[in-house]
Write a protein that binds this ligand. Sequence first.
Ligand SMILES: Cc1cc2nc3c(=O)[nH]c(=O)nc-3n(C[C@H](O)[C@H](O)[C@H](O)COP(=O)(O)OP(=O)(O)OC[C@H]3O[C@@H](n4cnc5c(N)ncnc54)[C@H](O)[C@@H]3O)c2cc1C
Length: 242
Amino acid sequence: MAKDRDAIVVGAGVIGSAVAYFLQEEGLSVCLIDRGAVAAGTTSASAGHTSVQGRVPGPALDLALANVRLLGEPKRALPDDFEYVQSGGLILPFADHGLEAPPEVEGELQKKRYLKQTGAGGFQGRFYVGSTSEFRGFDRSSSWEGVSQLCQYAIDTVPALARARLVRGWAGLRPRSRDGTFIIGEAPGCPGFWLATGHDSIGILYSAMTGRLLSQWIRTGERPALLAMFDPARPSLAAAAP
Ligand SMILES: Cc1cc2nc3c(=O)[nH]c(=O)nc-3n(C[C@H](O)[C@H](O)[C@H](O)COP(=O)(O)OP(=O)(O)OC[C@H]3O[C@@H](n4cnc5c(N)ncnc54)[C@H](O)[C@@H]3O)c2cc1C
């Protein structure tokens, strides 16, 4: 079946799926394959945020913002419910991190905490708390240390969670390149073999734009300027090799 297609995409995580989706939009016939199920890798372990707070102005932020806009395009009709919500986020300052909230903000936060803790029936529903990050090779197990850190963080933030029940924990492998930057482009010395990987802890934030720009590049043969910094042949990648 794959022989009849213009392109074969290996890996049905958020990146491979985005590439396959946009290649089809570019008019190519595509076969998307995975050794497991769709999104069974790191994508299903992620928090799914597309948060840009705290990012440094520059091309990387431009790309992230373009991704957020693209994901939110109402005309992008997908057959299934996409479940993408642009809801905003809140960064909490903690005094023991050397950060102080302005008094009016702190007052507002305390009020919300108090209201939540004293609300009838206490907390309801499910809370997701994450995440820790460590270099542990390909080990996908959750450590007690990591879980307890996260529980403590949750209780410090919302004290009433001390009474919550822990339902489950999980871990995922963040695909990180040797120099810490994505790898997007044609593999050196291997014409026709394209790479889109190394999205580390921000793959959702860059998914759709990775798919769109790489697909445009594959079809037109012209590299989009925003992808220049992710060149698979860049010296920093080779220099970091063991
Ligand atoms: C705890 C956690 C929280 C995160 N939260 C966020 C977040 O909030 N926002 C954000 O932007 N990012 C987040 N990330 C990062 C994000 O999940 C990743 O950057 C992204 O999912 C990477 O997508 P991918 O498609 O490259 O990899 P994957 O999702 O791992 O997909 C790769 C696929 O390739 C398949 N595969 C591998 N080898 C083969 C083979 N030989 N043959 C066939 N198929 C193969 C695998 O089965 C897998 O399905 C988080 C990550 C973790 C671990």
